[in-house]
Design a protein around this ligand. Structure first.
Ligand code: UDP
Length: 192
């Protein structure tokens, strides 16, 4: 994708539909992909934290998840077409994953939320192969990471909040060639 740089972060210049289509292609081709859906909060944090800024440079795609970023791009006279939010992207990929019988691993949120998703996700996405669901309150990453390595999911969704989820993804994305995406509070929303 062409990109537009706002506050030092390169954002993909594309529509949500086209972005999701490209992610699906990459999943089918078993290409490793790290997606960050960056809201203005994330951009400001990256602005003040060099490590996190470097981490965002390491992602394959950073999307504009907030109207403030579109405003910034407009001021630079390089407008971005629309927001690409974490929650919408997650929902689109789960729907597609259900239709195409793809596999997904979910890590993050409180144990009670994960318990709800254990029941809800198979109802809402019957064709999705849910290879793992783990809450986001673990002391060391090993157990979760070896689970991901063993199950080789097409998609890993990490709802650990930022910057934790991006740090987790950067540290472990090499264990499987799939799509890795930080989704913030999305599991809480999915659980209702
Ligand atoms: N969370 C987690 N482990 C942690 C800290 C947070 O799993 O150590 C979860 C938390 O339960 C919530 C999500 O991460 O589901 C963060 O949501 P929030 O809306 O605070 O994050 P943001 O969307 O701003 O990144």
């Amino acid at each position: 994708f062409p990109t537009v740089t706002v506050l030092g972060i390169p954002f993909v210049k594309t529509t949500a539909a086209n972005f999701i289509a490209v992610l699906q292609q990459r999943i089918m081709q078993k290409q490793s992909t790290f997606v960050v859906t960056a809201n203005p909060e994330i951009v400001m944090y990256a602005h003040n934290h060099t490590d996190y800024h470097d981490l965002l440079q390491n992602a394959d795609f950073v999307t504009p998840d907030g109207i403030g970023i579109l405003d910034g791009a407009k001021i630079l006279k390089q407008p971005l077409p629309e927001r690409i939010t974490g929650f919408d992207t997650l929902q689109a990929l789960l729907k597609w994953g259900s239709d195409q019988h793809r596999s997904a691993y979910f890590v993050g949120a409180k144990p009670a939320v994960i318990d709800q998703l254990r029941t809800l996700l198979p109802q809402q996405y019957p064709g999705l192969n849910i290879v793992g669901l783990h809450d986001g309150y673990f002391q060391d990453d090993d157990e979760v990471v070896s689970d991901i390595q063993r199950t080789q999911p097409d998609m890993v969704f990490a709802a650990l909040g930022f910057p934790k989820q991006e740090q987790f993804i950067r540290a472990h994305r090499h264990v499987t060639k799939g799509l890795w995406m930080g989704v913030g509070g999305s599991f809480d929303v999915l659980a209702g």
